[in-house]
Design a protein around this ligand. Structure first.
Ligand SMILES: [Fe+2]
Ligand SMILES: [Fe+2]
Length: 157
């Protein structure tokens, strides 16, 4: 059973939709900021799950040192993504729509590349060792009420 891949890939699709909704907005800075915030809030939860649960489990299971392996690359991606989020937030605050859209396009690019890497390595490997009950517990704990939204999204696709 691909329990990790199934959920995480669906969450990438969900995040992709939130990102496109944000990127499609090009006139009103209040709307742009609101849509950016929706996307960022959900992305932070997704990253928290990976940084605090999936990646440490991956390192333990594979025996690969985190500083040398796929975790190092994924964590570097996360750092770069969070850095871009910070710049977008600052430019929303200073109402610089052009800059927000420019950095938004870069964010879109890095998110796609990062998602492909995780889909190829972290998620399929995690499918082998993550226990179903533990997985559900971790999802409930990390996502809280957001979990319902994601599950609704998964069921509708
Ligand atoms: Fe990630
Ligand atoms: Fe991810």
């Amino acid at each position: 059973m691909n329990i990790v891949s199934k959920f995480m890939e669906a969450d990438h699709t969900y995040l992709g939709e939130l990102l496109q909704i944000f990127l499609a907005e090009d006139k009103c800075i209040e709307e742009i900021s609101q849509k950016f915030q929706n996307f960022q809030n959900h992305l932070f939860v997704h990253i928290e799950l990976e940084n605090n649960f999936l990646f440490p489990c991956f390192d333990k299971f594979t025996g690969i040192k985190p500083e040398n392996g796929p975790t190092a690359i994924a964590m570097r991606d996360h750092k770069n993504i969070v850095e871009l989020l910070k710049i977008i937030k600052e430019n929303c605050a200073s109402k610089d729509i052009e800059k927000v859209r420019k950095i938004g396009a870069r964010l879109n690019n890095i998110m796609q590349k990062h998602g492909i890497r995780e889909k190829k390595i972290q998620y399929p490997v995690s499918d082998f060792f993550v226990d179903q009950d533990e997985w559900h517990e971790v999802l409930k704990k990390t996502y809280g009420q957001e979990l319902e939204k994601v599950e609704r999204f998964i069921n509708s696709t």
